[in-house]
Design a protein around this ligand. Structure first.
Ligand SMILES: [Fe+2]
Length: 445
């Protein structure tokens, strides 16, 4: 009898260890990838109940507006987005506003919904929203909106595409950095979120699922998205096959989408600008060196909003000064010419109009240079910093193809950046996946 008890205890112990190991494995980056892939496969085989495939992602949309996109695995009836505001203590709550989303059937298993809400008054500290539906609803998501004199924590990432395992490791490090129940106030994604913009599986496995498993920050830390060369359809046609990356461009102009601002493209274009705390950020589309964008850049650089901002930031996917790339594609395939207009046309304007910081991705590693503007009457504070942060997961660029003799820091591993924006101080910390700070600088004024 004792033998049976011993055997039974042994089997129980083995089972507990196996459950524990499975639990640990599912929490690891490869376990998360496996779990997401299993969910996607089961959904596509109609073996998984109808549910959210992508919980809402929120994007800054300028002038106190937010753009929300979510997706279900079947048509979900008549969903509504409800939003309301409160003070930071939650004791004073506004009435609920309701927005009917636009619906877009991508295919049998991908049903996309989009809503824009706002305007939210500039001094509103907290915004809440949720998706309600007769079939299924989301929980409530809360966006914190620090005022212009308060600390605003911006997470900066780029080039996670094509290697979700690495991206998950970076996200895991980011979670440890912010800590439990905390999050960045906004996310600046400097482009190349997926490898192939036409592949639904790339969108799910390379961007949305890792973001979901890596803290789900994209539900309530609004994204400022800078399109990369992998992110959008190059023909720029409105009715193209781009499934998700249309938050700033006119391609939402499909059946049933009749909002005027969407129709005329004034809302949905990639180049735009936004105020984050004491900083003004101009977003450019490196793939679109158009007359329209040049005129926008000139206008924005000269604008009162940009010139009166304490800190002036420009972000564009392709850096003006690249040093690392695949030598063959750089020289033989002409890829060295991709960003020439940024260096030749835009960079002199950045210097002329007092840009403090230019943030880019594209090159899959980290470089940072702080150089004097070299203008007449330049002072010690009169400098411009160029940062390349293309290390959120994509295969690293390790081969040098140019030497601009300007970078102070070069770091050839995966990383992310926390940019703390205070009233009179920008604090930049670049961290690797172990959480170690390998570059840090402060701009004060
Ligand atoms: Fe790129």
């Amino acid at each position: 009898m004792k033998q049976y008890v011993r055997l039974w205890l042994l089997l129980l112990g083995v089972q507990l260890v196996a459950i524990y190991l499975l639990y640990r494995a599912l929490g690891s980056s490869w376990g998360q990838t496996l779990r997401s892939s299993a969910f996607n496969w089961l959904s596509e085989q109609n073996m998984y109940p109808c549910s959210f495939r992508k919980l809402p992602a929120i994007f800054e949309h300028g002038d106190g507006h937010y753009y929300i996109v979510w997706e279900t695995t079947c048509p979900s009836g008549a969903p509504l987005l409800k939003w309301w505001t409160s003070n930071s203590f939650g004791s004073s709550v506004s009435a609920q506003n309701t927005v009917e989303p636009w619906y877009r059937r991508i295919d049998r298993d991908h049903h996309r919904y989009t809503a824009i809400f706002g305007p939210v008054a500039g001094n509103t500290p907290v915004v809440h929203y949720k998706i309600s539906n007769y079939k299924f609803s989301t929980r409530q998501f809360t966006i914190k909106r620090p005022g212009p004199t308060e600390l605003h924590r911006l997470l900066v990432i780029a080039d996670n595409q094509n290697n979700p395992g690495n991206f998950r490791k970076v996200l895991s490090s980011i979670q440890k950095y912010y800590g439990k129940d905390k999050k960045p106030d906004s996310i600046l994604h400097v482009g190349d979120s997926v490898q192939n913009v036409y592949k639904l599986s790339d969108w799910q496995n390379q961007f949305f699922s890792p973001m979901e498993d890596g803290g789900g920050y994209h539900h309530s830390s609004p994204l400022i998205f800078v399109p990369g060369n992998h992110d959008h359809e190059k023909s720029r046609k409105r009715d193209n096959k781009n499934m998700y990356m249309d938050m700033y461009h006119g391609i939402l102009d499909t059946d049933g989408l009749s909002k005027k601002a969407v129709d005329d493209g004034t809302y949905h274009q990639f180049h735009h600008s936004v105020s984050i705390g004491s900083a003004r950020i101009i977003v450019l589309d490196a793939e679109c060196p158009s007359k329209e964008q040049s005129e926008f850049l000139q206008r924005e650089l000269e604008s009162a909003a940009f010139q009166s901002a304490r800190f002036r930031i420009v972000t564009v996917h392709i850096p003006p000064y690249i040093e690392f790339w695949d030598p063959y594609t750089w020289n033989q395939k002409g890829e060295k010419h991709w960003g020439e207009h940024i260096r030749v046309e835009y960079d002199p304007l950045f210097r002329k109009h007092g840009v403090d910081l230019v943030i880019s991705g594209h090159q899959h590693n980290y470089q940072r240079s702080t150089v004097q503007r070299n203008l007449e009457n330049a002072t010690l504070a009169d400098s411009i910093t160029y940062a390349i942060v293309g290390g959120a997961g994509g295969t690293l660029d390790l081969q040098r193809v140019e030497d601009w003799n300007m970078y102070n820091v070069t770091y050839l591993k995966h990383h992310y950046v926390s940019l703390d924006i205070e009233e009179r101080r920008l604090q930049w910390s670049a961290r690797n996946v172990d959480g170690t700070v390998f570059d840090h600088f402060v701009i004060e004024r």
